[in-house]
Design a protein around this ligand. Sequence first.
Ligand code: MN
Length: 254
Amino acid sequence: MRPTLVDFHCHLDLYPDLGTVISACDARRAATLAVTTTPKAFSRNRHLASKSEYVRVALGLHPQLVEQRANEMDLFERLLPETRYVGEVGLDAGRRFYHSFDAQKSVFRRVLDLCADAGDKILSVHSVRAAKHVLDLIEECLPMGNSTVILHWFTGSAAETRRGVELGCYFSVNERMLATPNGVRVLREIPDHLLLTETDGPFVEKSGKPIEPGDVWAVLSGIAAMRETTAERVQAQVIANLGRVVSHHQDAAP
Ligand code: MN
């Protein structure tokens, strides 16, 4: 059955009970990308989601964990043929992680090269304070049309957002982005056909509690208000965009 909601970046395995949140996603028909932060976490997620209609599991190595977990890249490479979905991957040049930025760049480059070799991958990419470097590496390593990149919680400039659009990237937007002036500037540059929604739960909180997976109503309403349309229309657009993302094949006509 068609999903009613799209949560294209959620850390289901960081909630207290993974099985429970997978069932909740299915019950609310929330098409959810369960991103992981280390290759070692992938198999358990994959196993528990194996019967889910709406949850897909991504293989990831979070840039904030590269320092400790770069040695899991061989495992990443072995697991990659098992999934079309890759994330959370990317770069983080924030103060706490800048010291590992060179290692992050070599890991992200290897991820992109492996995806380019395999083709037809779908990537959820983190780019905190590193939009330019992320876009440079995508442009360099991933030929247009080879795979699909979704820039998650993008915080670059308006010009960097336009560059992402030119590179064919999608953008998964969460409700926290709409609460910042820069997030609003980013959203203005994202064309309707490249828009997806996410929660980034449990990192995003609502009234002191982690946001529920699939709880994208606030972001749909916020986007609708900015675009002078209804949340239902934005929701339909996002669901259509998801359909395009997952049906993409390397050799499909444009
Ligand atoms: Mn995340």
